[in-house]
Design a protein around this ligand. Structure first.
Ligand SMILES: *Cc1c(COP(=O)(O)O)cnc(C)c1O
Length: 389
């Protein structure tokens, strides 16, 4: 583990490491290739698919933040996930994945399993019997996502890792929703951590990227070998922007959380708001676990709009400061309708089974002034209430 606090690691990543001009902010290396000092003498970097100083700086910072031994920065979160399963699994191996995992993860695991690359079973990991039954099948890898999307279900990572270790399997946690500021899965027993850095880590909705971090140096090296082999690594320019975003991760997460706490309190007073999903609520089933394993509750939240389809449409349309868009974790607030957007690939039955109702809305609370965000929600609820239900 790092001897520095996370905010310091994030801010100081690569600062004052330039030896040529003593630039305080590290330069970006956009080169694809590097010259050899002489024949037979291989330099530290030879080609940017296999290694790039800007990308490595980001990988080191993210690995340090997660308490890992090394990380690989990839061209998107999905390719970080694909990298791990490509490197780790063969046709006889089994992944145990959550039934409510990120849609792209579900599609990747399901499609590759259909091709015979590996086997997958999707289970409700919060159900001890379902989990035990899956673990009895001797999986190679257990995939965890906590809190989950869009219902913010929380999985006890330490308890799960203990069970998984008993069957000799590895655990990977998708930590995208909280970032290493609010949750560090390796300290809870995980072997790998994955992020879509597209979300909070870059935080400005202008880069698509990912990272895969390994607990053990040997695994990190093997994964780096595979990343070069299959061509999963990210671009230097993206790494530069992500490093820039990373520097403000800690204060951003704090403000995201403060804003969402204000919004949660406001939503609880609204007649058009039905069930609210957020781990900070004491009635949320994952509240106690979140208190124990997270350093904060995070700022993603979902709620059901207790009204007609027309009222929901009017509410969404009237909002000015919550843009109707997929993705999350940027400075700007977003609203998504999971049933028709992020989770539209799921059948109606699969949505119902996962608890995703047509009345569900998901907020990615941004960094605008919370007074403005609440005033905006308020005028939209007023407008929606005027629509005949
Ligand atoms: C967005 C996201 C991904 C996929 O990341 P991309 O950068 O879009 O490829 C994976 N997991 C979670 C939880 C996500 O939100």
């Amino acid at each position: 583990m790092s001897d520095k606090k996370p905010a310091t690691v994030a801010v100081r990543a690569g600062i004052c490491t330039d030896t040529q001009f003593n630039a305080v902010v590290p330069p970006i290396y956009l080169t694809s290739t590097y010259s050899f000092p002489q024949m037979g003498e291989v330099p530290q970097y030879d080609y940017s698919r296999s290694g790039n100083p800007t990308r490595n700086m980001l990988a080191e910072a993210l690995s340090e933040l997660e308490g890992g031994a090394g990380g690989i920065v990839t061209n998107c979160g999905t390719s970080a996930i694909n990298l791990l399963v490509s490197a780790l699994l063969g046709p006889d191996d089994l992944i145990v994945a959550p039934h409510d995992c990120y849609g792209g993860t579900y599609r990747l695991f399901d499609s590759r399993a259909r091709k015979g690359d590996f086997n997958v079973t999707f289970v409700d990991q919060g159900d001890p019997e379902a989990l035990s039954a899956a673990l009895a099948r001797n999986p190679k890898l257990v995939w965890v996502e906590t809190p989950s999307n869009p219902l913010l279900r929380v999985i006890d990572v330490a308890a799960l890792c203990e069970k998984v270790k008993k069957v000799g399997a590895l655990v990977a946690v998708d930590n995208t929703f909280l970032s290493p500021i609010l949750q560090q899965p390796i300290a809870l027993g995980a072997d790998f951590v994955v992020h879509s850095t597209t979300k909070y880590i870059n935080g400005h909705s202008d880069v698509v990227g990912g990272v895969l971090i390994a607990k053990e140096a040997e695994q990190a090296e093997e994964l780096a070998w595979w990343a070069n082999c299959i061509g999963a690594t990210g671009a230097a320019f993206d790494a530069y922007l992500t490093l820039r975003g990373l520097r403000t991760l800690a204060p951003r997460m704090k403000t995201h959380e403060e804003n969402s706490a204000r919004i949660l309190a406001y939503l609880q007073t609204q007649p058009l708001v039905g069930q609210i999903y957020h781990p900070s609520l004491t009635e949320h089933p994952g509240h106690e676990i979140a208190l124990k394993q997270q350093h904060g509750f995070g700022s993603m939240l979902s709620f059901e709009l207790d009204g007609s389809e027309q009222q929901l449409a009017e509410f969404v349309k009237t909002l000015k400061f919550f843009s109707l868009a997929e993705s999350l974790g940027g400075t700007e607030s977003l609203i998504a309708h999971p049933a028709s957007m992020t989770h539209r690939a799921m059948s109606d039955e699969a949505q119902a089974e996962a608890g995703i109702k047509p009345s569900l809305l998901r907020l990615s609370v941004g960094l605008e002034d919370p007074d403005d965000l609440i005033a905006d929600l308020d005028q939209a609820f007023t407008k929606a209430a005027e629509v005949k239900g």
